[in-house]
Design a protein around this ligand. Sequence first.
Ligand code: 5GP
Ligand code: ZN
Length: 114
Amino acid sequence: MTDDCIFCAIVAGDIPARTVYETDEVLAFLDANPLARGHTLVIPKDHAQHVGDLDPERSRALFDAVSTLTPRVQAAVDADAATVGINDGEAAGQEVPHVHVHLIPRFDGDGGGP
Ligand code: 5GP
Ligand code: ZN
């Protein structure tokens, strides 16, 4: 838990979120400003700002969750594909300084990525 981190506050239950998946190490919840229906964020519960800060165990737990959830999220909204991505660092568009993987359902003809 890091003070002033929105996603740590979500993990702690201090800020509400629509949780879709949870393990001891990982939490997934719907994005508050979705780029598509079902846009989901997958985060490690322990605070880390950059992907390179994750130890192997947390990296594995995070990617296991991503690979489990991607087809489920896709199926839930009847999507044709998914964009799976991480903005790692401010210049890459990272606004929340807590590692998060975007799972963005994609539809035939929806025209370009985020
Ligand atoms: P970034 O630009 O850091 O890769 O993405 C941050 C994402 O977090 C954005 O898509 C934004 O909509 C989402 N977000 C920011 N604050 C909150 C929040 O309090 N709750 C939820 N569910 N999503 C948030
Ligand atoms: Zn955090």
